[in-house]
Design a protein around this ligand. Structure first.
Ligand code: CUA
Length: 314
């Protein structure tokens, strides 16, 4: 991060360069369409100023091609930009399946990151270059927004919901990481660094920083065991509650007749608001765990449910 004034933020991903190209091209188009208008306006103001002898008879002169073209050309140009920008936007909604998932919890006024291997960090985010990284984010208090200028991505982070954003850094370096939603007195200092490292250096960093910590999935398995979830969700628990084995990603038929995909949001809702998502065939007997588990514990349970993929924790 170079100190002082920066006219244009560094770009550290293919997406960032595509966004820059889009913005630059759009800016050029706006100049192209508006500059002649202002130049002609100035020219006519000078040419037909009061006191100047000029032909002021404005003979109506229809020209269908001219009139069509000044509507059709800008329309076509804006449609090109519409399709281009929508493509980029949709790309942001679809992280690759092999993306490395990092859990993010925002709170006044810090960013907490947890890597799938267990390493945790605050305000700094270390990632390897060339690897798609998906950030699954939630907030512990108010609305924040995680902005990575070098990746040209920004996404609101909401209490009680998961949102995500993803990027693939294509050069190493240290880039700013900001909160981009006014969130209270220290909003201005809520930020840190995105550290993009070579895969080898990242592996070293990870080994040095996991401190023997449990990975989120391991922590989730431990919570599942210790919080008594198995009493109802175990296969042997007399069908009180559905089994969680292999649940993630499946379509779930709910008691209210609707069908939902068992994604992160669904699993989270089931812990916080169990009665909003009762599986068909079961009674609404599960209590809410909103006051039992913090956001990082819920993230851990969700991580476990995602990775257990059919195996029950011991
Ligand atoms: Cu968090 Cu602004």
């Amino acid at each position: 991060m170079s100190p002082g004034f920066q006219l244009w933020p560094a770009a550290a991903s293919q997406h960032a360069r595509e966004v820059d190209l889009l913005i630059g091209s759009f800016g050029a188009m706006v100049w192209l369409l508006s500059l002649p208008v202002f130049l002609l306006m100035g020219f006519f103001a000078w040419r037909y100023r009061r006191g100047r002898a000029a032909n002021r008879r404005h003979r109506p002169n229809r020209n269908i091609w001219l009139e069509t073209s000044w509507s059709a050309i800008p329309f076509t140009l804006t449609m090109v930009f519409y399709v281009w920008a929508t493509g980029l936007f949709l790309d942001l909604q679809h992280p690759p399946a092999n993306a490395m998932t990092i859990d993010v919890v925002a709170k006044q006024w810090m960013w907490k990151f947890q890597h799938p291997e267990g390493a945790r960090e605050i305000n700094d985010l270390h990632v390897p270059v060339g690897t798609p990284v998906k950030l699954v984010m939630t907030s512990q208090d108010v609305i924040h927004s995680l902005y990575l200028p070098a990746m040209r991505i920004k996404q609101d982070v909401l209490p009680g919901r998961y949102t995500s954003e993803w990027f693939t850094a294509d050069r190493t370096g240290v880039f700013p990481l900001r909160c981009a939603e006014f969130c209270g007195a220290d909003h201005a200092v809520m930020g840190g660094r995105l550290v993009v490292m070579s895969p080898a250096r990242f592996a070293e960093w990870l080994a040095a920083n996991d401190g023997g910590a449990l990975s989120p999935a391991e922590r989730g398995a431990k919570l599942y065991r210790e919080s008594g979830c198995a009493a109802c969700h175990d296969r042997a628990a007399n069908g009180l509650a559905p089994s969680l084995e292999g649940l993630f990603g499946t379509r779930v038929q709910l008691a209210d007749g609707s069908v939902r995909t068992a994604d992160e949001q669904y699993l989270r809702d089931s812990l916080i608001l169990p009665n909003s998502a009762v599986t068909a065939g079961y009674r609404p007997i599960m209590p809410s765990y909103a006051n039992t588990f913090g956001p990082d514990e819920i993230a851990a349970l969700v991580a476990w449910m995602k990775t257990s993929g059919g195996s029950r924790p011991q």
